[in-house]
Design a protein around this ligand. Structure first.
Ligand code: ADP
Ligand code: MG
Length: 624
């Protein structure tokens, strides 16, 4: 004490006489916030850290409770060893851990945690409540912490184990809070994290409750059962066992039969010593084992559990511990590749494949016995392309024509006066060629493009992208004004989905209902649909929803991301008339008519050009 006072006064003396010292130690709560930046990126990081602590505490039953995608609450309840009164208080200090004592221990880690950073970090950026009791103690401890400060600590009557509730994540860092994605996306991350931990520890019982309803109830089991309970009963028949043991590594687990490879990166899991890890290098090993067995653009699925000597790996290279360094990476690569190849061969997978078959043509299982339905397209029979449509909004006209003028004049700077002048002229007879040729206004090229003469030459429209634009605007409107026509199904349609997928659909239930969907039940892995949008065929529903789930999972890092937008884009993509569809004249005209009633007819929802114009002047040049 005396020494530090002396030091202070010496410092003060010098700082007034010579240049001031500028380095300071950061206060603990600031240091913790900085550490939190690495450990806690989003609500799912809390889930990972808290679940891992419960596992380290030898819990046999762990319950995860989520509210509002974890933004409001992430709570983990375990029946593990609990903490004493003193340990409970200490656990929130930085570098406070019961798991390692010396630097040597870093290379012999048998627990999930070891840095003693998680609780300190979490307490710096959220409201944390801890209730805990050990077997040895009569009474438990209840601590509340906000922004690294202990608000209260008192005795409490609780069972053995620990409950940690983390509320209002990033309440004191608005920038981080605003950076969080939409609820479905954050929920997806949480479920992914929950799966990783649950798959790594099949013998532990896990429950997950999302916004008050139970979404996963995983009884203590083995690897295969755990995979099947999480990903649905159909997964069972898709699994090919993998098993091999060498001096350096032991591999157990499953790969998914090649014919079930997915278009989106599906189930790909590596666990090393019961810890989920990401390893592009090992992924490549598995990928190369699948070479020639899966179609381009599809991804193999795998659940591989590696056991290695704890001394042969370094886990301490990444804040989230999802990357590790192996001493003998090359041997593990070679071994993994050979083992997976061998397993695939043993189960004689290869002859089953037929590469000529287009998976798009596959009849979904549930529809195999139903009668085919002839595809239809909405037609406005009263539409006359040469009559000026007065019901069409003026705004729609102007915006299209403005684009048109811009295109035509090849001048990006649009002159407002010119637009007004041009629109007058254009809107009346845009598609008129010379008056006599009225019965052939459009022409379909290779079942892909619609070509139509316009005053300056011709316009080429991409039919699929044009229809996407039309549907996108329509859907977005339906979702926002909450009004869509739904066709009620005579019998509810029961579709199989994996549990996580059901959770995603449930999280956007309301928006889907605004597009015309109706749901009667969300069972474990069955979705019951009672109504579908009027423009959609029953046989397409499964594909449409799968596409939607895959789009949500892809979680495009789009700054303007919004749930409704994504939903509208995804449905529009699924529902739009495909390239290769023959359209009759009436349908072609109707499509063009609808396109130019759109707010932005020239670009697709994903920002691709929908149309182009070709000037007669340019054609003339080609002939000179
Ligand atoms: P680490 O897990 O790296 O040790 P944490 O900050 O996550 O660091 O936890 C700090 C300490 O708090 C742990 O070492 C452990 O002793 C104790 N602890 C945390 N969570 C629990 C729990 N659920 N049950 C018992 N003890 C816990
Ligand atoms: Mg920990």
């Amino acid at each position: 004490m005396f020494f530090s006072l002396l030091l202070d006064s010496i410092c003060q003396y010098f700082s007034t006489s010579i240049m001031a010292d500028i380095i300071q130690l950061l206060p603990d709560h600031v240091a913790n916030q900085i550490a939190a930046g690495e450990v806690v990126q989003r609500p799912s990081s809390l889930v990972k850290e808290l679940l891992e602590n419960a596992i380290d505490a030898k819990a046999t039953l762990i319950k995860l409770v989520i509210k509002d995608a974890g933004k409001t609450l992430v709570q983990v309840i375990d029946n593990g060893i609990g903490m004493s009164n003193t340990d409970a208080r200490l656990s929130f200090e930085r570098h406070a851990t019961s798991k390692i004592r010396t630097a040597d221990d870093l290379f012999n880690i048998h627990t999930k945690g070891f840095r003693g950073e998680a609780l300190a970090s979490i307490a710096a950026i959220a409201h944390v409540e801890l209730k805990t009791k050990t077997e040895a103690d009569e009474i438990g401890t209840h601590i509340c912490i906000e922004g690294s400060e202990v608000i209260s600590q008192e005795a409490v009557v609780v069972p053995i184990g620990t409950t940690i509730s983390v509320k209002n994540l990033f309440y004191n860092i608005p920038a981080r809070r605003n950076f969080l994605k939409s609820n479905p996306v954050e929920t997806r991350h949480i479920i992914d994290e929950f799966h990783r931990v649950a798959l790594a520890h099949p013998q532990i019982e896990f429950n997950m409750i999302n916004n008050g309803s139970s979404v996963f109830n995983l009884a203590s089991s083995n690897n295969r059962q755990r995979i099947v309970t999480i990903f649905g009963t159909r997964t069972n028949e898709k699994l090919v066992p993998v098993s091999e043991e060498t001096d350096i590594v032991q591999v157990e687990g499953f790969v998914i039969k090649p014919q079930f490879a997915k278009k989106s990166r599906g189930e790909q899991f590596f666990f090393v010593n019961n810890r989920f890890i990401k390893s592009p290098y090992l992924h490549h090993a598995v990928l190369s084992a699948f070479e020639g067995l899966i179609k381009d653009g599809t991804h193999p699925g795998y659940f591989l559990f590696l056991e290695v000597d704890t001394k042969s790996i370094d886990i301490n290279i990444h804040p989230t511990k999802t990357e590790i360094k192996f001493d003998d990476e090359h041997s593990i690569y070679a071994m993994l590749r050979a083992t997976v190849k061998h397993s695939l061969g043993q189960f004689s997978i290869a002859p089953v494949l037929d590469f000529r078959k287009d998976s798009d043509l596959d009849t979904p299982y549930d529809y195999a016995k139903k009668d085919p339905i002839v595809p239809t397209i909405e037609i406005d029979r009263n539409f006359n392309p040469f009559k000026r449509d007065t019901s069409k909004s003026l705004a729609a006209n102007v915006s299209w024509e403005a684009m048109y003028v811009g295109l035509k004049s090849e001048n990006k700077q649009i002159d407002l006066e010119e637009i007004e002048f041009e629109s007058e002229e254009v809107s009346g007879n845009l598609f008129e060629s010379d008056g006599n040729n009225v019965d052939r206004t459009t022409f379909q090229l290779q079942n892909k493009y619609l070509i139509s003469p316009i005053k300056s030459g011709m316009i080429v429209i991409h039919q699929n992208l044009a229809h996407q634009r039309i549907l996108y605007e329509k859907l977005l409107k339906n979702i926002t004004i909450k009004e869509a026509i739904s066709q009620q199904l005579l019998f509810p349609l029961k579709l199989n989905f994996s549990k996580p997928d059901i959770v995603i659909i449930k999280s956007i239930q309301e928006q889907l209902e605004h597009t015309g969907f109706g749901f009667s039940d969300f069972k474990k892995d069955i979705l019951e649909i009672t109504g579908i949008p009027i423009t959609v065929k029953e046989s397409e529903i499964k594909k449409i929803l799968e596409q939607l789930i895959s789009d949500i999972n892809t979680d495009l890092p789009d700054a303007g991301f919004s749930q409704n937008d994504l939903l509208a884009k995804s449905l529009a993509k699924s529902l739009a008339i495909k390239t290769g569809t023959k359209l009759n004249l009436e349908e072609q005209e109707h499509l063009i008519h609808q396109l130019f009633a759109c707010k932005e007819p020239t670009i697709s929802p994903n920002n691709n050009p929908v149309l182009m114009t070709l000037d007669v002047k340019d054609l003339d040049k080609k002939f000179n």
